[in-house]
Design a protein around this ligand. Structure first.
Ligand code: GLC
Ligand code: GLC
Length: 812
């Protein structure tokens, strides 16, 4: 069953009923100011860092009840009826309801009691504010008097402290009201120089700044006393829970429309100019006033909304395809690309499954996210690589996470994930392939953000390789450390203490447990760096690196092969993990995909066998399982992976992030049919028809889909912030469609199914627009390319000097 439909023309998903299985969300903002917004206007906003600069509150552990948001209440002043035009929080039976989630905006429209309301929420480019653009229309034959109430609940900035430190917090809340603007300025009197504001384009009939005054004692957001009475008390007290509520009165003739604009924003003042005049505590509004005044004008709002749409035309214009499959087209052209941008911005910090108070930016995660968006915003990718490298340790290792606001590594969430460094090499390689900006290798970057420690980026990458080489185990495979890509395979943790963090506990010395996955990643990364150093003329280095890659590949073939698939690891006792000799967890997906991607065992036909085993033991209708059979009980020597009930998360769910590795591996072996089939099994748009089973948004990937051993086989969780986004984008665009940036230029090597007669695409690459047409003329993957009518050798499109090039590829 569906809850809406895709409007591909508008690049929107249109939700037609408010009670979706879970809140279906979208993101506002893509620079410094961000908001999460659900299809019923739930969610919250923050500046840069969801934990450290939270603007508004949200209620945790509530799903699907989605409480805390950007709520508007309408009240018919003739009879006192009131409702929320976004359904939440009053949940009235609206006569009409639609929510359109688009690229960086959400528009919710509804009708009730013959009043149409339409609210468009978005963040204008370059600003640290969000706009709520409300239009009301009287659809009844008589004139109407309405009250409109807006509401937000302010967070006292640091979201963890806000949710826990009541003894202090209930005393410190401070606001100021001037004209139609409510300023939230808690802690501004002391060390903060930032504040929030909530402005309205209309004169106020009243306002509230105290939650209890607005809601009334022992009442909730579904029936605020002030709304029920149609009157605010103009509360202005220190402490308790500051809110922003505007009350305005509007009269509408039959058929008349009125627009009301609300702004919620964040602003900083220079420390010396915090106050209006020296000695007062009154906020200095000189620099914020022009911003507020400008965005309260409807012409400015229209223009900036238009600008936002145009930016997305540009961003998505980097690659557009027309293939025979609508789910491919829709995800590649719109939603998958959009999701990679969101994961780039937020890593794993803030979604409806990530609280915004836990995880910062993952080192591994951010490097992988980059793979999917580097072609959209190469300059920002460049900066991200340099930021990540600046958190690197001198020994080449990495902090597993860093805080976006400070860009500093964060020890509290653990370190020693021995795969982390490999990902920096892979993201830098992807950046170089896209841009050929070789100068980035010469950028001076510090270690652990310590001034004075700078070396060239190239050396950072070499240290990544060295870090792994310095940690080799008994079979010559890389040591696992805390964990590799699979955060939950904790072979040195041995934790028997409830609540102890699997991410930070190590009870064994870690000198035995080895990872085949890091072996594959090392092979990939050393091979990339070998190519990079060859291109910049460092031949000796390059040969050494290629030798290291080949050596590791040989070790994996020798000690990482189990007969019909690749092993996963060796545990602390030197016993295999992911082997036919194990009772549970006999086969894992990660090494099958990654080893083939690294080219390991292709010649020796191990790759073919490994992928056959994946098909036989792991593939299901809902995607490919992470492992089989699942762990039925907790195993001290395996760690968190066995803490999950069978079929969930790393314990044998369809962990969607890993599926594209197998798609890519299939494409590498030339199996277009199989690659696309796997792709479609987890494609959200394809799964839209089963929304009541899938439950998460049908327009973005989720981290996991419950596996066949779970109670809810096919139910997705952890949507939005997942490496699944970028990896699926890479799999479909670079390996199946086969439009793949390489150091020497754009490569075109499609591996598409037999029943596709071809496809068309437009790809912008290094300043050139390539208009690509692929035609199937035979049944294989052999490609012959012509550029502007001239046949060329090989699969790399040569530069012609023109900035618009027509490429035809015949597949035989
Ligand atoms: C989560 C993490 C990612 C990790 C994966 C597997 O998605 O964000 O870093 O690789 O889980 O454990
Ligand atoms: C848990 C999750 C895993 C995630 C990790 C990050 O272990 O199962 O998916 O990567 O937390 O901290």
């Amino acid at each position: 069953m569906r809850y809406g439909f895709f409007d591909d023309q508008q690049r929107e998903y249109v939700i037609q009923r408010p009670d979706t299985p879970l809140p279906w969300i979208n993101y506002l903002g893509m620079e410094n100011y961000f908001g999460l917004i659900s299809n019923t206007a739930g969610g919250y906003s923050f500046y840069q860092d969801a934990r450290l600069r939270r603007l508004t509150r949200y209620r945790y552990n509530n799903v699907p009840l989605d409480m805390g948001g950007r709520y508007i209440y309408l009240r018919d002043d003739a009879d006192g009826t009131y409702w929320s035009p976004t359904w939440m929080p009053t949940r009235d039976d609206l006569a009409e309801y639609t929510c359109r989630h688009g690229m960086g905006y959400t528009r919710i429209g509804s009708a009730y009691h013959d009043i149409r309301a339409d609210i468009c929420y978005f963040v204008p480019l370059g600003e640290t504010l969000e706009i709520w653009d409300l239009t009301l229309e009287n659809q009844s034959p008589s004139s109407r008097s309405l009250s409109v109430f807006s509401s937000v609940e302010f967070c006292l900035w640091e979201a963890v402290d806000d949710a826990t430190n009541f003894q202090r917090n209930l005393n410190i809340g401070e606001v100021e009201v001037e004209g139609s603007v409510i300023y939230h300025k808690t802690e501004y009197r002391e060390r903060r120089n930032h504040f929030a504001y909530f402005a309205c384009s209309e004169p106020l009939a009243g306002y509230e700044t105290q939650r209890e005054a607005f809601l009334g004692p022992y009442r909730g957001w579904e029936n605020p006393l002030a709304v029920e009475m149609g009157e605010c008390s103009n509360s202005l007290r220190v402490g308790w829970s500051p809110v922003g509520v505007h009350h305005i009165r509007i009269s509408l003739m039959p058929g008349e429309k009125q627009r009301v604009i609300f702004l919620l924003g964040y602003h900083e003042n220079p420390t010396a100019e915090k106050f209006y005049t020296r000695g007062t505590q009154t906020l200095n509004k000189r620099t914020v006033a022009p911003i507020i005044n400008s965005y309260l004008q409807s012409g400015v709002v229209d223009q900036t909304f238009c600008d936002l749409r145009n930016v997305w035309d540009d961003l998505l214009g980097g690659l557009q395809v027309e293939s025979p499959n609508e789910h491919v087209n829709r995800m590649v052209n719109i939603w998958n690309a959009y999701q990679t941008m969101v994961t780039f911005n937020l890593s794993r910090s803030a979604s409806y499954f990530e609280s915004g108070i836990g995880r910062g930016m993952g080192f591994r995660d951010s490097n992988q996210d980059l793979l999917g968006f580097v072609h959209m915003v190469p300059e920002r990718a460049r900066q991200r690589i340099l930021d990540l490298a600046a958190t690197q340790l001198k020994n080449g290792g990495a902090y597993h996470q860093y805080q976006p606001l400070t860009k500093r590594g964060n020890d509290a969430v653990g370190g020693n994930f021995n795969d982390d460094p490999a990902w920096l090499v892979l993201s830098a390689a992807a950046y170089l392939k896209e841009t050929a900006d070789w100068g980035i290798l010469d950028e001076l970057v510090p270690y652990e953000n310590q001034p004075g420690t700078e070396t060239r980026l190239l050396e950072h990458l070499e240290r990544c390789i060295q870090y792994i080489l310095d940690r080799i185990g008994p079979h010559g495979l890389p040591l696992m450390g805390r964990a590799d890509w699979n955060d939950c395979l904790n072979l040195n943790t041995f934790s028997a203490t409830p609540g102890e963090s699997f991410q930070t506990t190590t009870n064994r010395d870690g000198r035995v447990a080895e990872s085949v996955v890091i072996g594959a990643l090392f092979t990939l990364a050393a091979h990339e760096l070998a190519q990079i150093t060859a291109i910049i003329g460092q031949d000796e280095k390059s040969m050494r690196l290629q030798g290291l890659a080949d050596g590791m590949a040989a070790t994996v073939r020798r000690f990482g092969w189990d007969g019909t698939w690749f092993l996963r690891a060796y545990d602390h006792f030197g016993n295999p993990v992911g082997s036919k000799s194990c009772e549970e967890g006999k086969i894992f997906i990660e090494p099958q995909g990654l080893c083939v991607m690294a080219g390991i065992g292709i010649k020796e036909s191990l790759a073919e066998k490994a992928l056959k085993s994946v098909e036989r033991h792991l593939a299901t209708d809902h995607g490919i399982l992470l492992l089989q059979p699942p762990y039925q009980s907790y195993h001290l020597h395996l760690g968190e992976i066995s803490s999950y009930p069978p079929g969930y998360k790393e314990n044998a769910s369809v962990f969607c992030h890993t599926n594209p590795w197998v798609m890519i591996a299939e494409a590498i072996l030339g199996h277009g049919e199989q690659a696309l089939d796997y792709y479609l099994r987890i494609n959200p748009s394809k799964r839209e028809v089963m929304s009541d089973l899938h439950r998460c948004e049908p327009y973005v990937y989720a981290q996991m889909i419950a596996g066949k051993d779970a109670d809810h086989f096919g139910e997705a969780k952890n949507s939005w912030l997942t490496g699944t986004a970028s990896w699926n984008y890479v799999a479909i665009t670079q390996w199946i469609l086969g439009i793949r940036p390489d150091y020497q230029g754009l490569r075109l090597e499609p591996v598409i199914p037999l029943d596709w007669d071809g496809y068309r695409a437009v790809r912008k690459f290094r300043g050139v627009t390539y208009e690509i047409e692929v035609r199937r003329i035979g049944s294989g993957n052999q490609v012959s390319i012509s550029v502007d009518g001239e046949a060329v050798q090989g699969s790399i499109i040569p530069e012609t000097g023109n900035d618009h090039v027509k490429v035809v590829a015949a597949l035989e």
